[in-house]
Ligand binder design. Sequence first.
Ligand code: NAD
Ligand code: MG
Length: 362
Amino acid sequence: MHTLTVDLGDRSYPIYIGTGLLDRAELYTPHIKGRQVLIVTNETVAPLYLQRVKTALQQTSGLQVDEVILPDGEAFKNLDTLNLIYDALLEKRHNRTTTLLALGGGVIGDMCGYAAASYQRGVNFIQVPTTLLSQVDSSVGGKTGVNHRLGKNMIGAFHQPQCVLADTETLNTLPERELSAGIAEVIKYGLICDEPFYRWLQDNMAALMARDPRALAYAIERSCQNKAEVVAQDETESGIRATLNLGHTFGHAIESHQGYGQWLHGEAVGAGMLQAADLSWRMGNISAPELEALRALLQQAGLPVTGPADMTVDDYLSRMVVDKKVLDGRIRLVLLQRIGEACITSEVPRELLLQTLQAGNR
Ligand code: NAD
Ligand code: MG
């Protein structure tokens, strides 16, 4: 097992990465302050892993362990589903010292985290991410929330977990498409802040796609390390943390145009990162061979490299303007300064952006 730390002063917390962690009672107990735990999971993950987590927690005598099993899917990441968590907490009389435990992918983590941020003005929570995307991205950094009919992640809070427990064995049951979606965020870290890791990914993508345990563990660790460093520097996204959104402004436009759940988040980010790289190339920041190498890497990872065929430039623009990353109506974009370094700019010539969007469906 490897342990990393997210360094946030008195709210610092460990990330445990390894195999067989779900069963290890001693990893959970130091992070449970009161006598109650509510496990929040969904109907897909519960049959696979719920009993193992419960058994581990029940080794602590006197601990009240409850569960709530939510419907599965991004379409359920909303206030109605969130209410099911509050219902369970109140019906089982959970008090302010309770600990919520998110067992599942990013949808469960974001919803459980927001329930923890808001229940009785804030209680503790533990992240047990079971998708690659949630292990390398959403479980680390404290962003929590739900979608609104009019926008993704529009209702939320910053709320850091007590610990993150990433059991890499859970990835064995993950559908192929979900694995690829997670790899999109892994590639992102290489692109924005870690060129050696990007080169490693170019050499090891086949091993990752074959779920080689050592390659996966290394990629998860390196990704979490990069995310933890960025978050430690800028917890609430007043500056550098925004670079983690490389490809996301384009990607969110794709997701919302298609309706949440049609394209996976990571798939939209994959296509979006290529659009961001295309624009970076048009601005003279990266070379044409570098752009083509990224396209090949995304393809090798099983990710889409074009936007939806029916999506027009206006479809993109109208949706990019509602994105949270837009300041004062100007489109503010995360682009590449070079491979391994991102930059944030609102000075993109409109003509070049239009060219990228026109090229995006081809
Ligand atoms: P997800 O939570 O929908 O999980 C994907 C699918 O895999 C679901 O059907 C899930 O039930 C299933 N699943 C989960 N673990 C499994 C396992 N071990 N075996 C088999 N099936 C399993 O999707 P995701 O990609 O994990 O997360 C996407 C969400 O994360 C989005 O809502 C996105 O907004 C959010 N997100 C949040 C942050 C953040 O900083 N908070 C960052 C990135 C993404
Ligand atoms: Mg993301």
